[in-house]
Design a protein around this ligand. Structure first.
Ligand SMILES: NC(=O)c1ccc[n+]([C@@H]2O[C@H](COP(=O)([O-])OP(=O)(O)OC[C@H]3O[C@@H](n4cnc5c(N)ncnc54)[C@H](O)[C@@H]3O)[C@@H](O)[C@H]2O)c1
Length: 257
């Protein structure tokens, strides 16, 4: 299937590692012009360098997407360089594995700023740049935590649940401008964000997933790329779950000892 992503300008926030990096690679393989944003200059240089070395069109914009000034600068650079954005992937996210009584207000605010405020800032800033785009799309990265919180991740779940709600609102508001908005909810995925958790609880986490394993970033990326394409032209306003069946039964581990 031709996903018709050739020469589309795609901006991916938090794109130097994990799922965002995999989305960038998958987009580049489809012929898109990939712009990765990340806070980590070293990881960003590496990720962009790998794409360019493989012969793809890619560039990076370093900065904190939870910072309004940084977001303004990022979109003015996009305007100057490309004159438009065709696809925005609001991928960035962080988490703190901390129970309520140990979670500081600073941690709470920081996590919501990256997981939610950044989505507001980039989605608002991208709208004028999508005026010149054909079939523009905004995709918002949620999580299975949108639907089912976990102990120690109360702030994360609150922010991700809000992503689902915000995605619905944006879908309704931006449809009039010809911008299609949807979301996706990855399940547990093999990335740095939960490296420590896997080390201690990986086997237990797998048993609770019907497919009995975590996702590789590429397995999330392939679905995201499809959702961003015209092949998914009627998918809007929902969170597409990519979670190995994680939320379909309560006790997937029952037959696994
Ligand atoms: N890995 C999982 O199990 C999983 C599950 C569900 C949802 N998600 C979501 O998928 C998204 C990507 O997760 P991941 O596992 O690839 O994470 P990751 O930690 O591997 O990568 C996230 C990237 O975002 C960058 N970043 C962090 N704060 C930033 C900021 N303020 N501005 C710009 N860049 C910033 C980091 O430097 C890093 O390169 C997140 O929104 C996460 O919540 C992940």
């Amino acid at each position: 299937m031709d996903l018709k992503l050739k020469n589309k300008v795609v901006l991916i926030t938090g794109g130097a590692r994990g799922i965002g990096k995999a989305i960038g690679t998958c987009m580049a393989e489809e012929g898109a012009i990939v712009v990765l944003n990340d806070l980590d200059a070293v990881a960003l240089k590496e990720a962009v360098g790998a794409l360019v070395e493989a012969g793809y069109a890619a560039t990076g914009i370093c900065g904190d997407v939870a910072d309004p000034q940084c977001v303004a600068r990022m979109f003015s650079e996009m305007e100057e360089t490309f004159g438009r954005v065709d696809i925005l992937i609001n991928n960035v996210g962080i988490n703190h594995d901390v129970m309520l009584m140990d979670l500081s207000y600073e941690q709470w605010k920081k996590e919501l700023a990256v997981n939610l405020d950044a989505m507001f800032l980039t989605s608002k800033a991208v709208v004028p740049l999508m005026a010149g785009a054909k079939h523009p799309v905004i995709l918002n990265g949620g999580s299975f935590a949108c639907f089912m919180p976990a102990l120690g991740y109360g702030c994360y779940a609150a922010g991700k649940a809000a992503v689902e709600s915000f995605t619905k609102s944006l879908c309704g508001e931006l449809a009039e401008k010809g911008i299609r908005v949807a979301g996706y909810a990855p399940g547990v995925t093999n990335t740095d964000i939960n490296r420590e958790l896997f080390a201690h609880e990986g086997a237990r986490m797998c048993r609770q997933i019907p497919l009995n394993r975590v996702a590789e970033p590429e397995e999330i990326a392939r679905v995201v790329v499809f959702l961003a394409s015209e092949a998914a032209s009627y998918v809007a306003g929902c969170m597409v779950r990519i979670d190995g069946g994680k939320l379909c039964v309560q006790n997937a581990d029952r037959l696994r000892g």
